[in-house]
Design a protein around this ligand. Sequence first.
Ligand SMILES: C[S@@+](CC[C@H](N)C(=O)[O-])C[C@H]1O[C@@H](n2cnc3c(N)ncnc32)[C@H](O)[C@@H]1O
Length: 273
Amino acid sequence: MALDARAFTAFESSAHDRIAGSYSEHFAPLTSFAVMPLVEAARITPGRRVLDVATGPGVAAAAAKERGAVTTGVDVSAGMVALAQKTHPDIEFHVADVLALPFADGAFDAVLCNFALGHFPEPEAALAECVRVLAAGGMLAFSWWDHPDRQRVQGLFRETIAELELPPHPAVPEGHDTLRFSDPKAFAQLLRAAGLMEVAVTACRAFYMVPDADALWNIGMGGMAVTASAIAAQNTATQARARHVLARRAEAYRAAAGLQIPISYYIGAGRRS
Ligand SMILES: C[S@@+](CC[C@H](N)C(=O)[O-])C[C@H]1O[C@@H](n2cnc3c(N)ncnc32)[C@H](O)[C@@H]1O
């Protein structure tokens, strides 16, 4: 079935409205891993005009601001924008869809986007819109997750869902492949096709120390709007089974101080000519 872009974005918006608080508490510490590499790739220096697209609770926007940039953040979820604005009152945030950014052509020297690419129903159109608001010579830097075989937080949840044969949440529109840009060649091609020069896609690997399986459960259920919705839609008994399966699978990463979960993502960057 063809993807219904509007339905997908409506799902994204309401799902992130609902989880904004838990996302900020449990999942943003994970997405924060990519913030410094992203800010470096976008060559952010004091005074640069920076847009953080799909800002969520504003972690990347805050890092850009910290570097002295004149920073703006946008997100399609009003709940996320309210939270970001409350957390970072000195940054300007707006509710906006990446496909219709409310800014003039060339308004920014850098555009950042931390772990939202796979949430966009029309990634090529999203890239075109981000490039439109970028000034000549400006930098665009996006992060996206690696394949779940290497990005093990998502991998463990996906494998739990597969083991229990849970169906996707009925509100998740069919036809969207969140792993499309988990391939560095496809990611680079997306950036080049948007007209960017000097395109580089860099793999970043680390470990995320999680105290126990309960904390891992909270990270996924609190932050992964699409993937975790298959579990969230189940009754209490099935959710308890999912929790048990996740804990068993996570034992593969047992270390002295807890669970040492491999994480892996890409930073894709390019310059507008
Ligand atoms: C995984 S979160 C990433 C949040 C944040 N950038 C971070 O570093 O944690 C994905 C975000 O994309 C936003 N989003 C999804 N579709 C969007 C769209 N079409 N336009 C703008 N934001 C969108 C969601 O509301 C959510 O806040």
